[in-house]
Design a protein around this ligand. Structure first.
Ligand code: SF4
Length: 349
């Protein structure tokens, strides 16, 4: 929602490409899931780099909210004005509460974006749990950059009005476009006409003569840069960030285009180098095919039947609170679950 605050048109532009999943979004989802499991005390199978980020979030969560009480991890709360949001971590101790949210990207958030998101989550948890939003503290944490943002609500009416205005602006018939570095976090980047118009402006810096020698091109750019003012440099720095974001989207689109027609590889003289990820689409189908080939025990070891995943889906289906989910899951499949208690290494002091 922070993006809506900075660029009201982002809601409409992102809706046009709603079915698109970017590698960055997929990575964010995966790291959020792993962090949630780590916070819940599970051992997670992750690369060293991922584990570093996950442990930073875990440590941050407890450092900022170590006052006991009830803990909610990756829980969905109703937000103001009929929306829903997933809070990464919340701890409620009587009436004091802390809300935390992780952002796994490389681009630093702007203060306005972080504050807006923080307000949204403070209201969400306060409303859902019957608390005063002024008794909460929200933290937005970027583990890659080790950056943290803190926000509290002082004036409830004012904070509520900021959220309302952002939503009204985003839902306006003709919402305002505001291209900037935040475009890199917008799924519509690469398609959005306002962002592309800005990127085109950047292209005017360099000579377009493709036959020119590299040293002549560099000299021309050097001469151009000599004339820049700090304001102009600042503008081009922002445009470059936007350009990089657009480039990654264009790259993905070109690959999709090449994939759609393999004969293009010969025409263009370009071969797509790709790694493959193979996954099972039907567990029942695989079981049918392997019956008689594999003992059932070995088949189940390959199937990763995760009790937390069952709990998550049943909770979503029935709209239950976490505290009631286990009871429900036990009633349904308890006879097939074993519980093993292992001594857990203390991770957070
Ligand atoms: S790409 Fe940038 S300007 Fe376009 S909608 Fe998204 S945030 Fe707004």
């Amino acid at each position: 929602m922070g993006l809506r605050h900075l660029c009201p048109a982002s809601m409409r532009e992102e809706a046009k490409v709603a079915d698109r999943s970017t590698p960055a979004a997929e990575e964010g989802t995966r790291l959020h899931e792993l962090t949630a499991r780590h916070l819940a005390g599970e051992e997670v199978d992750a690369s060293t780099d991922d584990l570093t980020l996950i442990e930073r979030c875990h440590e941050f969560a407890h450092r900022k909210a170590n006052h006991g009480g009830s803990v909610y991890i990756e829980d969905t709360f109703p937000c103001l004005f009929g929306r829903w949001g997933t809070v990464d971590f919340a701890r409620i101790a009587v009436k004091i509460f802390t809300v935390e949210d992780w952002k796994f990207g490389w681009l630093p958030l702007s203060r306005a974006e972080a504050t807006f998101q923080a307000y949204d989550y403070l209201f969400a948890v306060a409303e859902a749990c019957g608390l005063d939003p002024r008794d909460g503290t929200a933290w937005i944490y970027q583990p890659r950059l080790k950056r943290e943002y803190r926000a509290v609500i002082v004036d409830v009416d004012e904070a509520r009005a900021i959220i309302k205005k952002t939503l009204d602006d985003a839902n306006a018939k003709d919402p305002r476009y505001n291209p900037g570095e935040h475009c890199a976090r917008c799924n519509a980047c690469g398609d959005c006409p306002a962002a592309l118009a800005q990127v085109e402006e950047l292209a005017t810096i360099a000579p377009v003569d493709r036959t020119a020698k590299k040293k002549d091109v560099e000299a021309a750019i050097g001469a151009e840069v000599e004339t820049w003012t700090p304001e102009r440099l600042g503008k081009y720095t922002r445009l470059l960030a936007l350009y990089e974001a657009a480039l990654s989207v264009i790259d993905r689109k070109m690959k999709d285009y090449l994939r759609s027609d393999p004969s293009l590889e010969a025409v263009l003289g370009y071969r797509l180098k790709e790694s493959e990820r193979r996954s099972v689409t039907s567990t029942a189908g695989v079981y049918q095919a392997l019956m008689g080939e594999l003992p059932l025990g070995d088949f189940l070891k390959c199937s990763k039947l995760s009790v937390p995943d069952f709990e998550k889906y049943i909770r979503k289906r029935d709209g239950l609170a976490w505290k009631d989910v286990r009871e429900k899951v036990d009633a349904l499949i308890g006879e097939h679950i074993t519980t093993e208690t292992t001594e857990r290494k203390e991770r957070v002091k």
